[in-house]
Design a protein around this ligand. Structure first.
Ligand SMILES: NC(=O)c1ccc[n+]([C@@H]2O[C@H](COP(=O)([O-])OP(=O)(O)OC[C@H]3O[C@@H](n4cnc5c(N)ncnc54)[C@H](OP(=O)(O)O)[C@@H]3O)[C@@H](O)[C@H]2O)c1
Length: 209
């Protein structure tokens, strides 16, 4: 598959490296494609990056996602768009979106024709590498939420190929909880000093139906 990223920061380059290792192609969409940067990935503008993409992963600050995505709403129609963002301030402290919505649901309102999926937001970029994805024999959990079950399946299959252990968290409104989990993850890592080489592993005794 062709995987397009909005952004070329830690999350985008880490998932892109895993995707390439799994046999996918990856292109990074950026606002300044001419700026030199390290790494071997193709960088282009946002519109070119998403052309023909099978999955588009949004990996810019949550506060910038609207301005990046809105002009592309038509081009993103029918596409699987993965919201990996967390609504955090510059110091990673949470910007609370309230109990009645979530960042992902907000993005779905901006992209009503896209197949929006929440995923990757509960995983630190520091752990998105082959030597850190497996903990005590289990892959790091990749929670996936969407109102489009087929889109969830596409992202779960993609995540499994990369080495994650996908868990279907249900409809997009479950993003409210996934975003809260991310805030807890950040609190433990940053505010309480635990560090970002840390991950959440969900275990259930019986397989999901
Ligand atoms: N880091 C983590 O462990 C982690 C884990 C899960 C989820 N997330 C979420 O994933 C997203 C990306 O995080 P990151 O750590 O990869 O961030 P990052 O390393 O700081 O990279 C941010 C990317 O967004 C671009 N960007 C910033 N402001 C922009 C704007 N106004 N318009 C267009 N592009 C803009 C940056 O490009 P420029 O160089 O042009 O500014 C860069 O490509 C965030 O929403 C974050 O909350 C992060």
């Amino acid at each position: 598959m062709k995987i397009a990223f909005m952004g070329d920061g830690a999350v985008a380059t880490s998932i892109a490296a895993l995707a390439k290792a799994a046999g996918h192609s990856a292109v990074l969409g950026v606002r300044n494609p001419d700026r030199s940067s390290a790494g071997s990935f193709v960088r282009t503008d946002f519109a070119q990056a998403i052309a023909d993409a099978d999955i588009v992963i949004v990996a810019v600050p949550h506060t910038a996602a609207g301005e990046v995505l809105l002009p592309l709403a038509d081009a993103l129609a029918c596409k699987v768009v993965v919201d990996a963002t967390n609504a955090v301030a510059a110091d990673w402290s949470p910007i609370l979106t309230g109990e009645e919505s979530s960042g992902a649901e907000h993005l779905q309102t901006l992209l009503p024709k896209s197949r929006l999926v929440k995923a990757f937001n509960t995983v630190f970029a520091d752990t998105m590498r082959a030597d850190r994805l497996v903990r005590d024999g289990s892959g790091i959990t990749l929670f996936v939420a969407s109102d489009d079950p087929a889109a969830s399946n596409i992202v779960m299959t993609f995540g499994a190929e990369l080495g994650f252990a996908p868990v279907n968290a249900g409809p997009l409104k479950t993003s409210r909880y996934l975003e809260a989990i991310a805030h807890l993850n950040i609190e433990l890592a940053i505010a309480q000093g635990g560090g970002t080489d840390a991950a959440i592993l969900y275990h259930r005794a019986t397989p999901a139906l």
